[in-house]
Write a protein that binds this ligand. Structure first.
Ligand SMILES: Nc1ncnc2c1ncn2[C@@H]1O[C@H](COP(=O)(O)OP(=O)(O)O)[C@@H](O)[C@H]1O
Ligand SMILES: [Mg+2]
Length: 428
């Protein structure tokens, strides 16, 4: 159940909480003092009441308040980014909604938690690859990465923030998509794939949780975490995949990717596009249930339950297109992503093309996002000691230096006057 309070756990003392707020550097001392003036006297010793007050005044987000109440103050500011709330978690990274203080814009920050990086060299290597490959693409239907870097040893990717929700959450929450809408959205996904393929990039992990659906109902493809350059010389099969090392998501993986994940081309993404469309229409993956091994075998040789049995009133031609995308033999799929896009678009005719999404202005109320995941299980990046330092108390203004300075000047002037006068008198 959603509670209106900042946190359910037992609260620290008000003093400890306020110290944490200052340590986090999210709110400066003066700003904090000013904000606390409005708190009724009887609530000043109640850490939760103070947290709620700061949330109402827009000084802290619910996520920040809940971390601070737990005594966690480090990691809420990460380099130039103020961490607002978690957005999602995947196999590799954690994604946070942040405000980039340089531009004051919202952004999505994908970080590789140092704990994970240390534990799994492979994951770090994959994250590094994602950082490199993300820079090569820019397309309206692909999440745009504007910066990659390392801050105190923590790797990150800063991307455009895409409000909305993933296709998997959308379908699981609101039910399956009408086929015309699915055709339009999947055409947009195909356009994103065509762009990636033109840059030589094969995605290899297209699936409903890697497709965001925006407020105006457009698709944006996420996550180049398992992507590779077509024909790339593979140094480490454990990182990139290869014989004996299958990489991909078992519900959406192309048969050839299960045989040698490093030898695939863009057509493996078309298979995943077919499976993703199958999910959008039916609410289930083509081969639900079973172990990973069983799924792999079914992608290689089993036929999924025909869509016509799962979804009433699907046009036969549209079903044929999806089955074509899901052909076991890559040569039987549409020739390339651009061709798939065209065919999908043809089925979307009559669908009203929704306007592009508006830029997120200052008034954008991200807190109204229904989809922000519960913050409890999102660990923050722990930066090395010393990164978060207590703010020095703001220098209080004191009149004494001014009085001292003015006094000294006056004494000097007086002295000069006396000397001048005595010289004048002496001359007479
Ligand atoms: N740019 C973004 N804007 C909004 N939410 C995002 C963005 N990028 C990722 N997410 C959310 O975070 C989740 C994990 O991101 P993803 O890049 O898929 O990471 P992983 O490689 O760990 O799977 C996504 O499923 C989505 O819910
Ligand atoms: Mg993902």
């Amino acid at each position: 159940m959603q509670t209106s309070r900042a946190d359910d756990a037992s609260s620290p003392s008000a003093e400890d909480f306020l110290r944490n707020v200052l340590r986090s550097r999210l709110v400066l001392r003066d700003e904090l003092q000013a904000a606390l003036r409005g708190v009724p006297r009887e609530l000043r010793d109640d850490a939760r009441a103070l947290a709620d007050h700061l949330m109402r005044n827009g000084k802290l987000t619910r996520f920040q308040a809940s971390k601070l109440l737990k005594g966690i103050s480090a990691g809420l500011i990460f380099g130039p980014f103020r961490v607002l709330t978690p957005l999602g978690k995947g196999g590799m990274g954690t994604v946070f909604l942040v405000r980039d203080t340089r531009s004051n814009q919202l952004a999505a920050l994908k970080v590789l938690l140092p704990k994970v990086a240390r534990a799994e060299e492979r994951t770090l290597a994959r994250f590094r690859r994602e950082m490199e490959l993300s820079r090569k693409v820019a397309h309206p239907h692909l999440a745009w990465t504007y910066e990659v870097g390392e801050h105190h040893g923590v790797h990150y990717l800063a991307m455009e923030f895409i409000p909305g929700r993933t296709l998997s959450k959308l379908v699981n929450g609101e039910g399956v998509l009408h086929w015309k809408r699915a055709a339009r959205l999947m055409a947009e996904v195909a356009a994103a794939l065509a762009h990636a393929h033109e840059q030589g990039i094969v995605h290899r992990d297209l699936k409903p949780s890697n497709v965001m659906i925006t407020p105006n109902d457009h698709a944006k493809v996420l996550d180049l975490g398992l992507a590779m350059m077509h024909g790339e010389q593979v140094d480490d099969a454990k990182v990139v995949g290869g014989q004996g090392y299958i990489v991909g998501s078992m519900d959406y993986i192309a048969p050839e990717q299960t045989l040698d994940a490093a030898k695939v081309d863009g057509r493996c993404d078309l298979y995943a596009l077919g499976c993703t469309t199958y999910f959008a229409l039916s609410g289930r993956a083509p081969f639900p249930g079973g172990t990973s091994k069983e799924k792999i075998m079914r992608h290689r040789s089993a036929t999924p339950t025909p869509l016509t049995e799962l979804v009433p009133d699907l046009p036969a031609g549209f079903v044929a297109l999806i089955e074509g995308l899901m052909s076991k033999d890559p040569a039987s799929r549409p020739a390339n992503a651009a061709a798939a896009e065209q065919e999908l678009r043809a089925w979307a005719t009559g669908e009203i093309e929704p306007p592009p999404d508006a830029a997120l202005g200052d008034a954008f109320n991200w807190e109204a996002l229904t989809d922000a995941p519960s913050s409890a299980d999102f660990a923050l990046v722990t930066l090395p000691e010393g990164e978060v330092t207590e703010q020095p108390a703001p220098a209080a203004w004191s009149p004494w230096p001014v009085i001292f300075l003015a006094g000294s000047v006056a004494v000097l002037l007086l002295g000069a006057l006396v000397v001048a006068l005595s010289m004048l008198v002496g001359r007479r």
